[in-house]
Every structure is written in C-alpha cells, then in structure tokens.
Ligand binder design. Structure first.
Ligand code: T3D
Length: 271
C-alpha cells in the first residue's frame, strides 16, 4: 500500500508529508504509527537539523479520521448502544495523540509546520504545537471538536490560550469556526502567512536557515519557554542560568564566539 507519510531529505532538512489526500490527510492509526516512526528516525539521524511537516493535496490534516471503526459510535438498528458499550476515545488519545504531541515537543531539532490547506481538529493543534507554523494564505484552522461534542485535543487546551489568549481561544474552540491563515497570523496563532505559491520556497528557506543554526540552543529555548510557563519569575531566571551554564560548556558556543570575532559564518554541529 501507498505510504501514509512520505519522507524526503534535502541537505539537512527532512520533510514529512502526510499522505492521505483523499481524506484531507486525516489521522488513521497507521498514519500515526508511520508519522511517529518517521519523527523518531529524524530525531536519531545526526544528518537532520530541521524537520518540516506538510500535507499532500489540498489539505494539511483534517484531524482524526472519523470513519475509523475504533472510535465510531456503536449503534444497533439505528439505536445508540449504552455509554458503557461505546468505544473509549481516551484510549486513542493515550495511544496515538499524546505520544505524537510529546514527540514533536521533544525533537532535538526545530520542527516547522508548512500548512498547505485546511487544518482541522487534531490536525490544527498538531500544526500549532510545532516550533514555527507557516501557512498558505488559502489555508485555515478549525477547532472542529465542539461540532462533534468533544474538547480540543492534541495539545489544543494547552496551546490555544497561550497563543491567542483566553477569549480568542474560547471563541475558536466553542464556535469551531474557520480561521483564515491571514487572521491566524494577525492573532499570533501562527508565525507567518504567505501567498500559496510562496509556501514551498518560504519554508525551504526558513528550514535551511534553522538547519544552519545551533540546534541544541534552539531546542533548549523551546524547553525553557514551556518550562517557564509553570515557574515564577525567579525560578525562570535560575533556569536560564542553568541552561547558559550547560550551553556555555558546549562546542557551539565556542564556535559562535570564535566565528563572531573572526568575522566568519559559524558552523554549528551540536544537537
Ligand atoms: O473520536 C475522535 O474523534 C477522537 C479524536 C479527536 C481528534 C479530532 O481531530 S476530532 C475532529 C475531527 N475532524 C473533524 O471533525 C473535521 C471533519 N472535516 C471537516 O469538517 C471538513 O472536511 C473540513 C472543514 C476539514 C474540510 O471541508 P471541505 O468541504 O473542504 O472538504 P470535505 O468535502 O468535507 O472533505 C473532503 C473529503 O475528506 C471527504 O470525503 P469524500 O466525500 O470526498 O469521500 C470527507 O469525508 C473527507 N474527510 C474530511 N475530514 C475527514 C474526512 N474523512 C474522515 N475523517 C475526517 N476527519
């Protein structure tokens, strides 16, 4: 069968393309498995210094594949079976979405979402959990969960209020309306909105730039931001000192300072 995640590498940039275009790249358990394996492989490969995630066809990802029998409400003769006999969607979250969201968050290199089209439900929140999200102008973000009587998942409850504030998070999640890429950028939900024809070149240039940067410092920045969300001010200051102490002993710091005084471009290698 056709792979559900396409893997391509250009210099130090690995691109993973969700590949179920007929169903707008919605998540099946097999796509989850392929994506997690592809992320693990990228994490373990020292030649990879940036990961890009995008979608094949006109969509980025429409969230959970709602036709999956594992989560479909169980009916007999048009009647819903009692709650105790319904599938436990929590099992799917625990088995698939939590490992995926955590894997992105612990990647040893920066991760860019190149949102080429609609990103709905878990597909939207998966994109928002990447380090930088760049979207084509025709793309959109939909917190589709309320329409099927669920709550935002794949990290949505964590990301949305942090990215856009509580009121906008509530509006997006309660109403489930489509938010265009331009508005998403204006609200700070994503890093950048670009013309459709520019998405590939913009993301390639951004990824190449990040790939040439000190991966370990970028990843520690991600971790420090997220850790600071649960800290008091002084605790965050102490954490910054701890990280500078660690990074100050690493080769990339020496290379960065040496290159600065030698007025040359640094070559960073730490990961
Ligand atoms: O149990 C659980 O759900 C737990 C997990 C939760 C995590 C979640 O992600 S919940 C949210 C799930 N996602 C959605 O509710 C979004 C459903 N999709 C849509 O609302 C619309 O498709 C879009 C707004 C994303 C795009 O609309 P449009 O008009 O551009 O496209 P379309 O015609 O609706 O979709 C194109 C095809 O993709 C269509 O198939 P067809 O008719 O051509 O054979 C459609 O059924 C299919 N498709 C789109 N989204 C899904 C899907 N098939 C399965 N699952 C989907 N999520």
């Amino acid at each position: 069968p056709e792979p559900q995640v396409l893997i391509q590498q250009d210099a130090a940039v690995r691109t993973l393309t969700l590949n179920r275009p007929k169903a707008l790249n919605s998540f099946t358990t097999s796509m989850h498995a392929e994506l997690l394996a592809a992320l693990n492989a990228a994490a373990d490969d020292a030649s990879v210094r940036c990961v890009v995630i995008t979608g094949a066809g006109r969509g980025f990802c429409a969230g959970q594949d709602l036709s999956d029998p594992a989560i479909a409400p169980k009916m007999v003769d048009g009647q819903m079976l009692p709650p105790a006999e319904q599938p436990d969607i929590g099992d799917l979250i625990e088995a698939c979405y939590r490992p995926l969201a955590l894997r992105v968050q612990t990647m040893p290199v920066p991760v860019i979402a190149a949102v080429n089209g609609v990103a709905a439900g878990a597909g939207a929140n998966f994109a928002l959990g990447c380090d930088l999200t760049v979207a084509a102008r025709s793309a959109s973000f939909i917190q589709a969960f309320s329409k099927i009587a669920l709550v935002p998942d794949c990290g949505g409850t964590w990301w949305l209020p942090r990215l856009v504030g509580r009121q906008r998070a509530m509006g997006l999640a309660m109403l489930g309306d489509k938010l265009g890429a331009e508005q998403a950028a204006a609200w700070g939900l994503i890093w950048q909105c670009v013309d459709d024809a520019e998405l590939g070149a913009t993301v390639a240039a951004l990824a190449a730039r990040l790939a040439a940067m000190p991966a370990r410092a970028l990843v520690e920045t991600r971790r420090a931001f997220d850790a600071a969300a649960g800290m008091g001010y002084d605790e965050a200051l102490v954490n910054e000192g701890r990280l500078q102490s660690e990074l100050g002993h690493a080769g990339d710091y020496a290379e960065g300072v040496t290159a600065f005084f030698a007025k040359r471009v640094p070559t960073f290698t730490d990961r």
